[in-house]
Design a protein around this ligand. Structure first.
Ligand code: ZN
Length: 375
């Protein structure tokens, strides 16, 4: 079995339900130490983080990712135990194989192979690994980045091994992500009997026209790298359960996935304007989940596109789709950030898996990127 599959299996067997790391980072740090990396284990709150660097000079190329995984869901629905990695028909099954222990294994094996080949990197290599990406993401990458900034340690290029490909391995490279902004809208009314509406104030009737307007609003047109901003209502709760009672309040939970053509403050202002215009009595609890970020095409994206094309025959397109990622914490430091990893069709699902040959090709791609950027 190839080195990358062996290491992926070892990582998947460690049951690292977010925010647990379950020893994954110690395993990685041990192998990195043999290559001359200096490892720092940074624990914030409940979260284990690893910063390991080899070399003192710039430029600095960072491989980043997370060891935590989402819960397996009902284990009996899996074809094999979620935390017992199993190779069947050329695929490795198990929670975290695609998101993203396969990516972690590929970056580590790529660095091992690159250095074993006698390379003399013109610059430094580092790993930034957290166990808080699938959770609240408050004690993970963001805290490590703060520590690095405080001591003036600057990243130039960052490769995240998140599963980025859609239909075919090699088709997609992420050079940014949309922002995410959640709002919890509490609408205030006055409870009463349905037969006496003049003595009550129905919060559902109050908010419905405002929601229609919000749903129909075009927030922006997106731009070259981002699709237009989307607004979605995810929960609407009201009512006492009785058929003859006008409820006293209603709660609406909604989320924006927004482009870099708007700001979260502008979105908030426009939501308030609609609600105020309609005379709704309300409070909104705003929960910003991450600003959008974008890495303009440059030497990192070009090196990755060239490497992917050389290995797979596909030239990946630059894309900003998908959910948020830890790239949102790294990009604001000025580093170029891109994400490239296996296909993401099975992530967070029952029977998560990764194609063995994709992981082997991913090692080739990361090693090629190292050569292109550091010589
Ligand atoms: Zn992930």
């Amino acid at each position: 079995m190839s080195a990358v599959l062996e290491l992926t299996k070892e990582l998947v067997a460690r049951r690292s339900l977010t925010p647990e790391d379950a020893g994954c980072q110690t395993l990685m740090a041990g192998r990195l130490a043999k290559l001359g990396f200096e490892a720092e284990h940074l624990r914030f709150g409940e979260v284990d983080n690893l910063w390991a660097r080899r070399g003192k000079t710039g430029p600095l190329l960072v491989f980043a990712g997370h060891t935590d995984v989402v819960p397996s869901g009902p284990a009996e629905q899996w074809s094999s135990e979620p935390f017992t990695p199993a190779l069947r028909d050329g695929r490795l099954y198990g929670r975290g194989t695609a998101d993203m222990k396969g990516g972690l294994a590929a970056m580590l094996v790529a660095v091992e192979r690159y250095l074993a080949s006698g390379a003399k990197p013109k610059g430094s290599i580092a790993f930034l690994i957290t166990s808080d990406e699938e959770g609240p993401s408050v004690d993970g990458t963001v805290k490590v980045v703060e520590s690095l900034e405080k001591r003036g340690e600057k990243m130039d290029w960052c490769v995240l091994g998140e599963p980025s490909c859609l239909e075919r391995f090699g088709d997609t490279l992420r050079n940014g992500r949309r922002g995410s902004l959640t709002g919890i809208l509490k609408v205030h009314g006055i409870q009463g009997h349905v037969a006496y509406p003049e003595r009550a104030d129905n919060p559902i009737h109050r908010v419905a026209p405002a929601l229609v307007e919000l749903i129909g609003t075009r927030w922006d047109s997106g731009n070259e790298f981002f699709p237009p901003t989307s607004f979605q209502i995810s929960n609407f709760n009201s009512g006492t359960g009785a058929g003859n009672v006008i409820p006293g309040d209603a709660t609406v939970r909604f989320n924006f996935r927004y482009s870099s053509a708007v700001t979260k403050d502008e979105l908030k202002r426009r939501v308030h304007a609609v609600l105020d215009k309609m005379g709704v009595r309300y409070d909104v609890d705003w929960r910003p989940m991450g600003d959008p970020f974008l890495t303009s095409p440059g030497d990192l994206s070009r090196a990755m596109q060239d490497a992917v094309e050389k290995t797979t025959g596909l030239r990946p397109k630059l894309d900003t789709g998908g959910g948020t990622s830890d790239g949102r914490f790294i990009a604001p430091t000025g580093a170029q950030v891109i994400e490239f990893g296996p296909r993401n069709a099975s992530i967070h699902k029952i029977d998560e898996c990764v194609e063995a040959h994709e992981l082997e090709q991913l090692v080739d791609i990361y090693e090629d990127v190292l050569k292109r950027l550091l010589g």
